[in-house]
Design a protein around this ligand. Sequence first.
Ligand code: PGA
Length: 254
Amino acid sequence: MRKPILAGNWKMNKTPAEAVAFVEGLAPLVAGYEGVEIVVCPPFVSLPGVAHALRGTRIGVGAQNIHWAENGAYTGEVAAAMLQGLAGYVIIGHSERRQYFGETDEAVNKKIKAALAHGLTPIVCVGEDLAQNEAGVTDTLVSGQVRAAFAGISADDAPRVVVAYEPIWAIGTGKTATKEVANRVCGAVVRGTLADLYGAEVAATIRIQYGGSANEKNIGELMAMPDIDGALIGGASLKTDAFTAMIRITAAKE
Ligand code: PGA
């Protein structure tokens, strides 16, 4: 049984003070929803305050990126080891990092390995853009991203990775993939590729999220699909009401 995981990707939003106030308000509201793994991913500067505020709650904390090196001359970067005590998760290969910061499949793979080596749960993003979607190359592209991401990762470690299928044309646009399309890519394509790599049994244990304009209105039907094990949530995770509602609805599906 795969426990659903809802992760809020705050992107470049909220000051450290706003971040702490937000999670202090959120924690008591979602304390009872034990069937859902809940994660918030604030910017790096807010990690210490948020981690402190959430100590002893069931809300996990994630970073939005890491560098793959242990340390060194990489101005502006943060190593996995530096997240010790601050974060248990890290988003890797988000489409905005691939698009605006030139993150390659190879870099994504190295970052996943660094995250695993330091006991972090990587949330690895894959997904096609509008042109690729319209050209009908979604399956080939997403499958290729999954293969590249998991290159050299053992069948023992693979279940520690969470994959987020995020069609780029659905991110922040208000357009959501239909539940059927989202489930087909999460299932036939992402899980199918993982089954090729690790066998069906291992693939069945790996959690695959949907992301892209997920909100309190569409989360119920998305979570009812057999191959969707949670969501990576941008805009709606910045709002207490919307995020709390999504957690409640997901918990009710269990
Ligand atoms: P969105 O963002 O929910 O605002 O579309 C999702 C994401 O980019 O992870």
